[in-house]
Design a protein around this ligand. Sequence first.
Ligand code: CP
Length: 311
Amino acid sequence: MIKAVFPHKDLLGIRNLGRDEIVMILDTAESFKEVSRRPIKKVPSLRGQTVINLFYEPSTRTRTSFEIAAKRLSADAVNISASTSSVVKGETLADTVRNLQAMAPDIVVMRHACAGAAEYVAGIIAAGVVNAGDGAHEHPTQALLDLLTMRQHCGRLEGLRLAIIGDIAHSRVARSNLWACRTLGIHARVCGPPSMMPRDLADFGEVEVCSRPEDAIATADVIMMLRLQLERQGTGLFPSLEEYARRYGLNRERLARAPADAVVMHPGPMNRGVEIAGDVADGRRAVILDQVENGVAVRMAILYLLGGSRS
Ligand code: CP
């Protein structure tokens, strides 16, 4: 593979990536998909490099796929959960990452509940930092795998019509995708309870707000359902799960209002029967497991582009 030059030490968000940089990551990921289909799923690209996965919040897809991605690139991967680390003894984030830096990692992949945590860490350690989700701010590798999945199923990104439905305000997935829409010329429509609409929506460019999901999906190429953050239940954002499912959930009847070739995405983890009905999640129009497969390729691409610049 001819090495593309990625001019960043870190990947902290989609907001500051240019169109060509996003396309470079997607093209690199595309070329890595084949590695995961080989009998021996390994290339030597990052041999001798060390990737630390530092997760202060739970994760299944992101953490596992970063570990698999690192191993498929022949890097040494180390996983740290805050709950089983000295964080529980009161160690600060700065002390934790400075101690990890002393062990000479090449890349630190980090998830944290605070917006801006990855950027803060990137400013104090020499290793490249990948934001694996920071509060309600950004989840760049999720948006990149979403884009790869959209491009795979729709054949293009520019001019695509994307409907994002759910808790937009608290979703780092939505925010990273909306930045990508602005940069790549994807038409975004959002829909959700008024209490879950961000106040800064205008910053994302021309985003159309629909009050009914039927209107959001009527001309959509891609329907992205967001996880209802059940941990927020009881905070007055919506009356009940049943009410939410009835007004905003994607069930078979509602999906029938979308174009016949529209695909359904969900970043996971899903609340079946709340934001998405089980038969829709498992149905032929759902590309949710393609998103997960693409997650490994996208994370290989990111580690390769960041790690490659350090070798
Ligand atoms: N989509 C996503 O970030 O899933 P995890 O929380 O399981 O990593």
